[in-house]
Design a protein around this ligand. Structure first.
Ligand SMILES: Nc1ncnc2c1ncn2[C@@H]1O[C@H](COP(=O)(O)OP(=O)(O)O)[C@@H](O)[C@H]1O
Ligand SMILES: [Mg+2]
Length: 291
């Protein structure tokens, strides 16, 4: 481990993050004790609707009376808060430079969801090293227990941070659009996740012009994945192109919060119910896996 990681571990200890031996990541925590299910919303290509979908899924899960934390893991280019028209006082960079605690960074109860905002334009967050991630993990250790779901809005592409977040989540929701570039990038993402051990990937096709367009888009990707990786993908849902969504983004008012854009809300709610029903994954705790 490099010097910086060592320094961060010492910092973690000095902040009394590991409050008791029983709570340390090295103790025998049985997976069954972790209630929080982590779901990474990711994509190969950027601009396919991840952030909008991650937020909408989080709000829909909260409306099922679930306790939900949304982590803006597009670290350095975070924009969950922008979609909601929020100007958070603190973000993760304040936590890392010790200006505040992790609890202070969390914005409580937006549409029933707690939000952990990232930061925009901060290079050190965009290139978070293992030491910083370990520090985050230590703090999340107990926090994670308070939630039923942690939705992680990752950045796009197969960079180290994105893969770290996506490959450690209990479930991956891969968002793609019908564009050929999105297909190629989605395949690249699936391949990398497969190599990291992922065997169940939920796919959401966004911006389809019709149901059929969505199914064909999914089939194209699935055929590639089955052919080369011998692993079928699962279709979580199809979301149609909806011109109200860019308008809601400009208004900085999430559509599912207003229950407008009926078709979109209904389909997102169906996807959220499916995710809620998929309870069988063994949860070892998202941040425990960073250890
Ligand atoms: N179903 C949709 N129909 C039309 N526009 C959409 C849809 N989903 C997302 N968008 C638009 O696509 C753009 C990118 O969305 P965003 O959620 O920021 O994507 P990402 O997080 O993948 O970069 C936004 O301007 C948003 O309004
Ligand atoms: Mg985004």
């Amino acid at each position: 481990m490099n010097d910086q990681a060592q320094r961060l571990r010492e910092l973690a200890r000095s902040r009394e993050i590991v409050s008791s031996a029983d709570n340390s990541p090295n103790s025998n925590v049985t997976p069954a004790t972790v209630r929080c299910k982590s779901i990474a919303v990711t994509s190969g290509k950027g601009g396919v609707g991840k952030t909008n979908i991650a937020l909408s899924l989080a709000v829909s899960l909260a409306s099922l009376k679930k306790k939900v934390l949304l982590l803006d893991a597009d670290l350095g280019l975070a924009n969950v808060h922008i979609l909601l028209g929020l100007a958070p006082r603190y973000n993760l960079s304040h936590f890392f430079d010790q200006s505040c605690t992790l609890e202070q960074v969390i914005i409580k109860g937006v549409g029933g969801v707690d939000i952990l905002p990232g930061a925009s334009g901060l290079e050190e967050l965009a290139n978070l090293d293992l030491g910083h991630l370990e520090l985050l993990q230590h703090h999340f250790y107990n926090l994670e227990e308070q939630y039923d779901f942690m939705i992680i809005d990752t950045g796009a592409g197969i960079g180290a941070n994105v893969i770290r977040f996506a490959s450690r989540a209990d479930q991956v929701v891969l968002v793609m659009s019908p564009e050929p570039t999105s297909l190629a990038d989605a395949y690249a993402m699936v391949k990398v996740l497969y190599e990291k051990g992922a065997r169940r990937i939920q796919t959401l096709v966004n911006m389809a012009v019709s149901e059929r367009d969505g199914v064909e888009t999914f089939d194209r990707l699935n055929a590639l994945v089955v052919k080369f990786l011998k692993m079928p993908l699962e279709l979580l849902g199809i979301l149609l192109f909806n011109k109200e969504i860019p308008k809601s983004v400009r208004r900085q008012r999430l559509m599912v919060l207003d229950k407008t854009g009926d078709g979109f809300c209904v389909r997102i709610a169906a996807a959220a119910r499916k995710l809620n029903g998929m309870a069988s994954v063994k949860r070892t705790g998202f941040f425990r896996k960073f250890w």
